[in-house]
Write a protein that binds this ligand. Sequence first.
Ligand code: DOR
Ligand code: ZN
Length: 346
Amino acid sequence: MKELVITRPDDWHVHLREGAVLQDACRDLSRYFGRAIVMPNLSTPVTNVALAEEYYAKIKDAMNLLPRQFSPLMTLYLTDKTSNQDIIEAAQSEIVYGMKLYPSGATTNSQSGVVDTQGLFPIFEAMQREKLNLMIHGEVTDHDIDPFDKEKVFIDRHLEPITREFPELKIALEHITTKDAVQFILDSGDNVASTITPHHLVYNRSDLFRGGIKPHLYCLPILKRSSHQIALLDAAISGNPKFFLGSDSAPHSIQSKESACGCAGIYSAHAALEFYADVFDQMNSLDKLEGFASEFGAFFYGLPKNLDSITLIREDWKIPEKLPIGNEWLVPMMAKETAKWKVANP
Ligand code: DOR
Ligand code: ZN
């Protein structure tokens, strides 16, 4: 196949940041995504509707001069102090689509996240009642748990009890990385789904150490061994609507990645769809791309599919070595490598 026309896709999990970085993240993301679920982990987290409205306005502003725009779908950051009133206001808001649970200390800007998951059960109860979605960064933060096991332990200790206690709460387990997560999603009800990133499909943990340590492949949850990568690939191309696109594209400057204590995050907004297309092509499953990229996420969140379409063509193009982001530069996913698919009419 040389050309593929699909309904315009959406990104169900992305980081846009603020200020000059926001401008450039929007530049890339707006090329072909219709909607994007925007993560709330800013340096001052987006914990309530008023802050989400401010951030929403900044995102709209940042897109003012761009040739096309995506619709930002906002999320709020859960803390141990989130109140019932916050949930009621979030549920009534026209721009908020869910609450994001970051275990405190699990990842970038998660310090204000949740320490006591059990303590939030009354809030989950309110969310279930108000039909407000829960998005989860599924990793425990205990230092005595091996980093490669943190997702599985989170599922066993926290996610399983949450899904048992709140059978109607709609939950997206974000950026899944293990066969254990795939199995958990398969075993759960229709109210539980997951996003899969391009980087967890393209890479495994051997890539992190190939020829030396690769800070630009450091993300959280960390890349896992190839047997897990294979389980993710199988899930992505399975046509099961519980698995859909969420790039987790996260801009970090070269300086902050190439550091004695580098930050977690991989930037893919410049070509995420092309990377997914290449993966699906290699798996002889291009016919499953549209469901994964353009249908299942909307279906899960109870939204209509986009009305227009985009065309992908099979054409080699070189990913730049670096991209401007705000006042700095970043190294994008697949830098200096050749992408095999290209969006023709973004
Ligand atoms: O690698 C990651 N980067 N994982 C996350 O969960 C957060 C993200 C970020 O905000 O940079
Ligand atoms: Zn993320």
